[in-house]
Design a protein around this ligand. Structure first.
Ligand SMILES: [Zn+2]
Length: 470
């Protein structure tokens, strides 16, 4: 029997509350991580190990010992009789990919978005459907997006959540992340139907911070802010942004914001740049703005697949090279698997490579090893978790993927960096370990029920689609 609940955020009965069984465990007592695989002692043997740790280098034929979720040892040969052996022959072992900006709440809208069509493109569809998304829709979409991420070898996501319409939406997304076992940075944002003159729910951001789940450090919290210059979602007034930035900084949280031409100057003139700010989309930035970014330690997440889509639409070329030259810290991201229609992190590396080659040809090479660093360790640095993950370093948590080298699209592998960037695709990712848990093995999830995830997301989007024609 359905139980009526009063929705305090809207002052309506049964408006956005659903019983815990339906809302993804929004109840604080629920532990959505309880169904995840156990952490065992693992010995990955005879893999070609790319540690991405400059002090450790590579092991063309090496072993990795994992105990209690931690990388215990990396060496040419390790004896560990108590360990469960994972055969790494014919595999590249590397740190899992780290995505640094992804709107998981709209992953399930992929089938409804038609690239950059003025009627059915990413912005019109998400602006129209965002206000109709319930916490349950958000939960289902996050789980769909994360399942695709894990299958692509992504072990950390930055859930850049700009449809937190109610506290229940925040709880549903956090619990959905926890239920998958992925490592995540969750940036609490606003609702798509929030008036631009209204600040985001800063009180609830404080609540979420106070009740943040322990989960052994698997999740971290930040804030997503609106952009104070022209963009499809509207210009947030600077005085509103001022209140938000001050509140977020008083909580000690990192911030993230979509960049648009001119935004760096606006932020700089109001002392909003800093090492606690990540900007997204390095396009349309002037030389003097790049200098100020470098002086302030502000970082940039580059979503090359999307940015190539929008390069002609007032944003300009991807300025990865200019920022790299200026010493600005950068990372890679999916942005939206609804907009790009996929979450292939190998393609993400290739898109940046192709953009760079188109601009500079052979005169300024972008080596595959640099792209792998951007996709792993630099992503961890961007999210402030490089002491935890991003490389295969003893003492860090065990976020490791195994990529097959003998598949038809990979073989023969001579230089693993080259093959990972130029040839690999998600289907080559054999094993995915996050925090010492084997989430995928032999291309199959160990505990996540993909059929259920797809069925639920399909039901959700079928319902939401009715609002497109309304
Ligand atoms: Zn974005």
């Amino acid at each position: 029997m359905a139980i009526s609940r009063f929705c305090s955020c809207h002052g309506l009965w049964d408006h956005c509350y659903r019983a815990p069984a339906e809302d993804g465990g929004a109840s604080p007592a629920a532990n959505p991580a309880s169904a995840l695989p156990l952490r065992k002692t693992y010995l990955i043997r005879h893999a070609h190990i790319l540690t991405i740790d400059p002090a450790l280098g590579d092991f063309p034929f090496g072993d990795i010992l994992v105990r209690d979720g931690v990388i215990a040892k990396v060496a040419a040969s390790i004896e560990a009789p108590d360990a469960e052996v994972i055969d790494g022959r014919g595999m590249i072992a590397m740190p899992g990919f780290i995505d640094t900006h992804w709107h998981l709440w709209n992953a399930s809208l992929r089938g409804l978005v038609r690239a950059d069509d003025p009627e059915s493109g990413y912005f019109p569809v998400t602006l129209k459907l965002g206000p109709h998304c319930s916490p349950e829709d958000a939960r289902r979409s996050v789980r769909l997006g994360v399942a695709e991420a894990l299958a692509s070898g992504i072990t950390t996501v930055h859930d850049w959540s700009h449809n937190i319409r109610t506290p229940h939406h925040a709880d549903a997304e956090v619990n959905a992340l926890r239920s998958t076992g992925i490592r995540a940075h969750f940036s609490y944002g606003w609702g798509q139907d929030l008036p631009l003159a209204d600040p985001m729910n800063l009180e609830d951001l404080g609540r979420v911070q106070r009740s943040w789940p322990d989960d052994e450090g698997l999740l971290t919290l930040g804030a997503a802010l609106r952009t104070p210059v022209a963009n499809p979602r509207g210009i947030v007034p600077v005085d509103v942004l001022r209140r938000e930035v001050d509140a977020v900084r008083s909580l000690g949280l990192h911030m993230t914001m979509h960049a648009r031409p001119g935004v760096v100057s606006v932020l700089d003139s109001h002392a909003m740049l800093g090492p606690d700010l990540q900007l997204v989309h390095p396009q349309g930035i002037s030389a003097s703005e790049i200098e100020r970014l470098a002086q302030n330690g502000t970082r940039f997440s580059c979503s090359p697949v999307i940015e190539m889509h929008y390069a002609q639409a007032a944003r300009g070329e991807i300025q990865f090279h200019e920022l790299e030259e200026a010493g600005i810290r950068q990372s890679l991201s999916i942005d939206s698997s609804a907009a790009s229609a996929n979450a292939d992190f190998f393609a993400c590396m290739r898109a940046l490579l192709w953009s760079h080659k188109q601009r500079f040809g052979a005169s300024k090479p972008l080596p595959p090893k640099r792209l792998l660093e951007l996709a792993t360790l630099d992503g961890a640095r961007d999210l402030g978790i490089d002491d935890t993950t991003g490389s295969i370093t003893p003492g860090k948590r065990a976020d490791i993927i195994l990529v097959r080298t003998r598949d038809i699209n990979m073989a023969p592998v001579v230089d693993p960096y080259f093959s990972l960037v130029y040839s690999a695709q998600p289907s080559n990712v054999d094993t995915v370990m996050v925090d010492g848990r084997v989430i995928r093995q032999k291309n199959e999830f160990t505990t996540l029920d993909v059929e259920e995830i797809v069925r639920e997301a399909t039901q959700s989007v079928t319902n939401l689609a009715t609002y497109l024609s309304a």
